[in-house]
Structures are given as C-alpha cells and as structure tokens.
Design a protein around this ligand. Structure first.
Ligand code: SAM
Length: 426
C-alpha cells in the first residue's frame, strides 16, 4: 500500500534508468536504486501489477554507487545515472541494449574519454522569473548554476542572462533561451524565443557580446502559439550572423538555428569513424545518405566514396549542407531537399550503400518496404533510439544479414545511447 516501507532487492534496471526491485512477488520501480542493492523502499504509487517507490534507507549499497557531483541531479532528472560510476553506467547501458536487441550481438559501448560538459546544445525554459530545466515528468523549472553536461560557456552565459533578464523586467516576454555551441571553433549562437518581437534586448546583447566574444550570432525567434514545440517560424537577427561554424575532423560546417547537429562533438567523430570502418565504403561506391541534416556524415564519407547524395527534409539544414560541401571543396556530394522515402525512390538507382540516421521514431514501414523492393545491397543504420531500431531490424532481418550492433556513448550520465548497425542483403 502507498506509504508502506518494504525491504527490496534491486534485480535489474529499466530502460529509463530506474531500479527494478522486488519485495517477495511485488515489482517496484525505484528511482536511483542500482542493480544488486538492497534497500527499504517507500511505496509512492501503486498500479495493478507493480508499484513505484523511493529509497527510504539504503541497506546494502552497490560498490558502483558514487555521490552525485551535481547539486540538482536528484530533482532535475536530466542525468539519471549521475550516482553511478562511469564504467558501470556503460555496463548497465549495454545490458539494457542486450535486452532490447534480443537475438542480435551487441558490442561494448564506445566510451566518452571526457564525459563532462559535452553537450553543445541547450534549451532553457524561462517562466515566473526562473530559468532552468524541466523537472522530470513535470513542468516545474529546476534552476542550475553549473550543469555538468552542458558546455561551460553556455553555463556562464545562462547565469548572466538570468540576472540581466530579471533586472530589466523582460523575462516575461521570453519563452526559451536556446544556445548552440561549436566546440571545434569556440563559436556560440544565442537565441531568445519570444512571444512578441516588441522587446528591447539591445543593452543585454551589447553587454554579452562584449563580455563573450565567442558569441557570433544572436537571434530572436517568435513563437506566440500555445504549443510544446520550442521554435516558431519567424526569426530576426540581432547580432552577427544567422549561423555559427564548427570544425570536426578537419571539416568545417555551418550550423543554423533549425538545423540538427549531433550534441557531442568528440563522440560524433568516433561514430562517423565507425560508420566508415563498418560500412567498408570504397571509391567504387555510390552512397545515399538519408536524413542527412547539415551533411556531416555525407561530407565525412565522401572522402572515401565515389559519390554521396544526401537527403534531408529541413530546408535550413540542406542549405547548410550545400554550403558545407563548397566550404570544404568537397565536389562528390549533392544534397536534396526531400522526404527520406521520396528521396530513396528517386535516387536509389545505382546506389551501393544507403545510410539512414532517422529521428527517434525510426524509419517508416514504407521506407522498409522500399529497401526490400529495390533490393538495396547494404544499409548502414544509425539510431538514437534502440527500441525503434530493434523494431526496424526485426522487419528487415529476413532479407538482410545483421552485423553486431555497435553502441557509442553519445550522452554520458543519461540512459540514452547511440547505436550503429550494418545490414547486408542475403
Ligand atoms: C538524427 S538527425 C541526423 C542528422 C545527420 N545524419 C547527422 O549525423 O547530424 C535526423 C535528421 O533527419 C531529418 N528528418 C526528419 N524527418 C525526415 C524525413 N521524413 N525525411 C528526411 N529527413 C528527415 C531531421 O531534420 C534531422 O536533420
């Protein structure tokens, strides 16, 4: 019953990082409990076949338990694994992947050598004179001074902004602050998502751009709709350019506000190296890169391929991709603004390898049918969501030999993981 305290043993971890504990036959999902631990658990909610609980008293702690080095991790919920040592985080993530990819081989996760301050994108809600992250499963804002996974520069700017916006009484016109950062160039984009363009930010922009010369772009983005989507349609440039640059593995890329860019610069390079290695791409290969974003995989792979065609649905991203090919003098790449499925049907002829790197929902059944009906020889599938990748592999496995799955830890301290797999036509 609710508020009961039960002695529980944690037998496994859930996909979202909770301990799965048992007290006799009762299954209890317990926040911040680690596999192997015994604890007295307070029941906070009951469902038909399981309950939710919190640790009341830890009886036998795991040898992998560490004191969280973030003062707000217990309420923020962004870093579900903050209280577990990094090596064991990787082991637990791998176990979850092995359970998800039943029937497939899963390799060890490629670790992040420096798992702190890695995120190059931050989206901060502003409300009721507060700026911070949403508490997990809620709309409450949790404020922070030093987020251990966001870039240090973003942390400093957010700290200053909090003071400045409240001092000037203009925080109520701002819905979100979005920051993008290029680790390879030290360039930063700052965007104020506002509910009206009738806002004077000149003094603040002046102050910040003098204090932080790394700021190369300041934008206003108008979003006056009642929606959970952060960015609206209209943009105004307040300072500098409407984009920033980053450099990865010698490739210089332009990034606009609405273009996707991998959040962890160093792990992105490791992921792309693995794509090259596992795809065994050669100068004889014509490659189709579906869901190409600003063309980062295409440009990287173009070094080793005969030709790459990138397909992407966001116009700003395709424009960035075309500019990026020119900037880097890469002449064997073309980019097309299209839906992945349409791009596949239009450009598949004579392609030797198709790379897909879809959003979390994975690829559509129609695209899967298209692979099968076109007899695509080799598919390189990059995924940030193991559940949808497992679903799609099951739909393709009768027609393709599936390589071992190679995970890359793109998101340390969280439960998320990037995976890479190669499928070859049987
Ligand atoms: C996970 S990102 C991958 C981007 C890129 N491959 C990279 O490594 O940076 C997915 C991309 O797919 C794009 N996208 C989403 N739906 C799409 C669709 N139906 N057709 C084509 N591109 C799509 C998004 O805009 C985003 O750029």
């Amino acid at each position: 019953m609710k508020n009961d305290i039960l002695r529980c043993k944690c037998i496994d971890m859930s996909v979202d990082g909770q301990g799965i504990a048992k007290s006799n036959d009762l299954v209890v999902f317990v926040k911040e409990m680690i596999k192997g631990e015994t604890a007295d658990v307070k029941i906070i909610a009951e469902k038909k076949n399981y309950s939710f609980g919190i640790i009341d008293k830890l009886i036998e702690p795991s040898s992998h338990r560490v004191k969280s080095d973030c003062p707000i991790s217990y309420k923020c919920g962004g870093c579900d694994y903050r209280y577990i040592d990094y090596e064991y985080q990787l082991k637990l993530k791998k176990e979850v992947l092995v359970n998800t990819f039943k029937g497939y081989e899963v390799k060890d996760i490629i670790p992040d050598d420096d798992p702190y301050y890695y995120r190059n994108k931050v989206q901060i809600p502003v409300r009721d004179k507060m700026m911070g992250f949403y508490r997990k499963f809620s709309n409450d804002i949790v404020e922070f001074d030093d987020c251990l996974i966001e870039s240090k520069l973003a942390n400093m700017i957010i700290k200053d902004l909090k003071k400045l916006l409240i001092e000037k009484h203009i925080d109520s016109k701002i819905r979100h602050i979005v920051i993008k950062y290029g680790e390879g160039t030290d360039e930063l984009m700052l965007c104020f998502v506002v509910n009206t363009f009738d806002i004077d930010l000149n003094e603040i922009v002046d102050y910040l751009t003098h204090k932080y010369p790394q700021i190369k772009s300041v934008l206003l983005n108008l979003n006056d709709k009642k929606t959970n989507v952060i960015l609206g349609e209209k943009e105004k440039l307040l300072y500098g350019r409407d984009h920033i640059y980053d450099i990865f593995d010698g490739i210089k890329v332009k990034i606009s506000l609405k273009s996707f860019y991998q959040v962890n610069h160093d792990q992105m390079i490791k992921l792309y190296k693995k794509i090259y290695e596992l795809s065994k791409v050669s100068k004889d290969d014509d490659v189709l890169d579906l869901y190409c974003g600003i063309g980062t995989i295409s440009l990287y792979i173009a070094r080793y391929a005969k030709h790459v065609t990138g397909v992407e649905i966001v116009e700003a991203a395709v424009n960035n991709a075309r500019d990026n090919a020119k900037t880097n003098n890469i002449n064997n790449c073309d980019f097309v603004l299209a839906d992945a499925r349409k791009g596949m049907d239009t450009y598949i002829e004579n392609k030797d390898i198709v790379i897909v790197d879809p959003p979390r929902k994975g690829i559509s059944p129609e695209l899967i049918d298209s692979f099968i009906s076109h007899g695509t020889k080799k598919i390189v599938y990059v995924s940030c969501n193991p559940a949808t990748l497992a679903r799609d592999l099951d739909l393709l496995k009768d027609h393709y030999n599936v390589s071992p799955i190679q995970p890359v830890d793109m998101f340390p301290f969280t439960t998320h993981c990037e995976s890479l797999v190669v499928l070859e036509k049987k």
